[in-house]
Design a protein around this ligand. Structure first.
Ligand code: PGA
Length: 265
């Protein structure tokens, strides 16, 4: 039996509530209920509650884009996983923009992954190398370090449930240039998915390595999605810029459907 596909939209810091609501409305019109495709929308904290009233849960699940690792206390301006617990299934953790622009350390990411599980939120852990690391061919070392540190406090059962998104930072678009941006190849995605599973197997065993869902992300659009979705060991895609456009995003969902059912692109 084919594994389910997982498509995650990362809306980042775009759209006011009205714009996000219109986009969600369009996605409802365009995207059908698929038993074998799970679609997750990672939205701003501000949009989670109001859009939870609009969302068709048979089609979409909600995700946060980040949260703080302590559950409560004197952390002005932060939102904890315990506050998100009732609203979301998932949260992105350690997105490269958090690591690079907001200085999130390996330690912060590890604590966030644990806090997510402590509050029944499934982490979508983002890992990936920077351009200079890529050019120095240090990708595997970087992935190894980010992964081993993020998973340090977890059990094999937890690892089996979570999602890991491999996002080469140098290939991430700026939101509008997801067509024609530098991009990794489906073979890179396949190679890294295999590497991630191997590393997980050595620490957490075969079951966790096989069950963990691995996504590819960075400049995925409706034209290139199929090749990534067909890559061995890749369970789905994490989509930034192209998720803001309902033609593009529904095209990516359609590519997942066609990949699962062996239909031509
Ligand atoms: P992109 O963003 O699809 O616009 O490259 C992906 C991400 O940053 O998660």
């Amino acid at each position: 039996m084919k594994r389910k596909k997982l498509i995650v939209a990362n809306w980042k810091m775009n759209m006011n509530l009205q714009q996000a609501s219109i986009l969600l409305h369009r996605l409802h019109e365009r995207i059908q209920i698929h038993k074998d495709i799970e679609i997750v929308l990672a939205m701003s904290y501000l949009h989670l509650q109001p859009l939870s009233l609009q969302i068709d849960r048979r089609k979409f699940r909600q995700s946060a884009q980040n949260a703080y690792y302590d559950d409560h206390g004197p952390f002005t301006g932060e939102v904890s996983f315990s506050m998100l617990h009732d609203l979301v299934h998932y949260s992105l953790v350690g997105h490269s923009e958090r690591r690079v622009k907001f200085g999130e350390s390996l330690d912060d990411v590890r604590k966030k992954v644990s806090a997510a599980f402590r509050n029944d939120v499934l982490p979508i852990l983002c890992i990936g190398e920077q351009k200079d690391e890529h050019l120095r061919q240090e990708t595997k070392q970087v992935i190894h370090d980010q992964l081993s540190s993020a998973l340090l406090d977890l059990t094999a059962e937890e690892v089996a449930e979570m999602v890991i998104a491999y996002e080469p930072v140098w290939a991430i678009s700026n939101g509008t240039d997801y067509h024609g941006h530098d991009i990794a190849t489906p073979d890179d995605a396949k190679e890294m998915a295999a590497y991630i599973r191997l590393q997980i197997e050595s620490t957490f065993g075969k079951y966790a390595a096989n069950s963990v869902r691995i996504l590819y992300g960075a400049s995925v659009n409706s034209e290139n999605a199929r090749a990534f979705l067909d890559a061995d060991g890749v369970d789905g895609v994490l989509v930034g810029g192209a998720s803001l456009n309902y033609h593009e995003f529904s095209g990516i969902v359609n590519a997942a459907y066609r990949s699962l059912h062996g239909l031509e692109a």
